[in-house]
Write a protein that binds this ligand. Structure first.
Ligand SMILES: O=C(O)C1=C[C@@H](OP(=O)(O)O)[C@@H](O)[C@H](O)C1
Ligand SMILES: C=C(OP(=O)(O)O)C(=O)O
Length: 425
């Protein structure tokens, strides 16, 4: 259990663990490329460890020593039929992206996950992969895991997805590596583009036209990958520092890919004092240092178009809104209902326990601030983002806040509690 008490301010210079999305992709692409890949800055979170375990079960030699991972790629067709069920644990990214790769394999595999992941929608990736020629079945007519996949013999498609989702897009593009002809995915707005960037870095031809991306089959070559810090992890400390007057926090080497930086735009719109320094390229991705000084934030109307650029940060943005002066509206966030928990419902129930005036909207939240926060006994619902967002709220509360089942934080951010203690004054 994590116990949080009210603090005076946030101060210090830190780094956060490696980007989760990039770490997953590094292992996946390395496994199906020719030759050795070395990854540095790899996120040792449970989700990314699930990805490593799945590839080990398919015969890939992966040596992991802390943040350094060495993968002996076996080429596009080098994966072996797994003897056991592949377990994606709590990780939607592992299950959906891996489905795309498995759709291209001439063998049978079964993919499962924990109780939360077995409730998350899979038809969104299964449908296009079936249309490409894979045989896939799952519970409830192919909507839920466990999934049974017999792949091979794929043809390229043009797929228009109604949801801006990097997981859907990536699953189809990865299957496209095994398909005849070209494969195009068009989304309503651009979701995080790490797959496209990394495919290009591994030597694959990737074309972008507006919100459409096209890949053609090709050969991937192993390489060296440096993973920047995860902006989604940095976001918890950004909000804590931005909302606490007197704070001064420097977060170094954070990934600043423009498809991920919505949190910076929203906090600035709320009146936060945020500067970026040392902006540079980090192996095909932008990175830099984020400097945050505390201020009184103000409520805003967050436009739905920005949601794909900050989808995992909405729980902690709700905390910023609870502390801000005035009303905040968050819209276009219906996807939060199908994450590790129903994040809209859970944010409302847990923030209310801490005295926050908050209502659930059909696809978002309405938060009235500023609120006098009180410590409370919080349930994380085994959702790492909820656990960490509520811990940040606890820093502003009178009395003690306890986060039950806080071990789930290790899913994306091992060491969160320790780092928080280091910068809390
Ligand atoms: O592709 C990825 O690495 C991710 C995509 C997002 O999910 P969706 O694609 O479902 O929006 C995000 O919520 C998740 O944490 C990571
Ligand atoms: C939604 C998330 O991850 P995933 O979909 O990979 O489980 C997350 O990390 O907030």
């Amino acid at each position: 259990m994590l116990i949080i008490e009210k603090i005076g301010r946030i101060s210090g210079t830190i780094t956060v663990p490696g980007d989760k999305s990039i770490s997953h992709r590094a292992v996946m692409l390395a496994a199906i490329s020719k030759g050795k890949t070395i990854v540095e800055g790899f996120l040792q979170g449970q989700d990314c460890l699930s990805t490593i375990n799945c590839f080990r079960s398919m015969g890939i030699d992966i040596k992991q020593q802390g943040q350094r991972v060495e993968i002996a790629g076996r080429g596009l067709t080098g994966l072996q039929e797994p003897k056991e069920v592949l377990d994606a644990g709590n990780s939607g990214t592992t299950m959906r992206l891996l489905s795309g790769i498995l759709a291209g394999q001439n063998f049978f595999s079964v993919l499962t996950g924990d109780q939360s992941l077995r409730q998350r929608p899979m038809a969104r990736v299964i449908e296009p992969l079936k249309q490409m020629g894979a045989s896939i079945s799952g519970r409830q007519s192919g909507q839920l895991a466990p999934l049974g996949i017999s792949g091979g013999g794929l043809q390229g498609i043009i797929w228009e997805t109604p949801v801006a989702s990097a997981q859907i897009k990536s699953a189809i593009l990865l299957a496209g590596l095994y398909a005849s002809g070209k494969t195009t995915v068009k989304e309503p707005a651009i979701s995080r583009d790490h797959t496209e960037r990394m495919l290009a870095a591994f030597g694959i031809q990737v074309e972008r036209e507006g919100t459409a991306v096209t890949v053609r089959p090709g050969i991937l070559e192993g390489r060296h990958i440096l993973v920047p810090g995860d902006i989604s992890s940095a976001a918890f400390f950004m909000v804590a520092a931005a909302a606490k007057p007197g704070s001064h926090l420097v977060i170094k080497d954070v990934g600043l890919n423009p498809t991920r930086t919505g949190i910076i735009d929203v906090l600035r719109q709320m009146g936060a004092d945020i500067e970026i320094e040392n902006l540079r390229s980090f192996g095909g991705e932008e990175a830099g240092d984020i400097i945050i000084r505390g201020a009184q934030l103000k409520g805003i109307e967050m436009q739905s178009e920005i949601v794909p650029r900050l989808v995992d940060e909405i729980p902690v943005i709700a905390v910023a809104a609870a502390l801000a002066d005035g009303v905040t509206y968050i819209r276009g966030a219906g996807e939060l209902k199908v994450k590790e928990s129903n994040r809209l419902a859970v944010i409302v129930s847990e923030l209310r326990k801490m005295g926050v005036q908050i209502n659930e909207l059909p696809d978002g939240l309405e938060i009235n601030g500023p609120n006098k926060i009180r410590g409370a006994a919080i349930n994380s619902y085994h959702d790492h983002r909820i656990a960490m967002a509520m811990a940040v709220c606890g820093l502003f509360g009178e009395g003690k806040t306890t986060i039950a089942d806080s071990a789930c934080i290790d899913i994306s951010f091992p060491g969160f509690g320790e780092l928080l203690r280091q910068i809390a004054r």
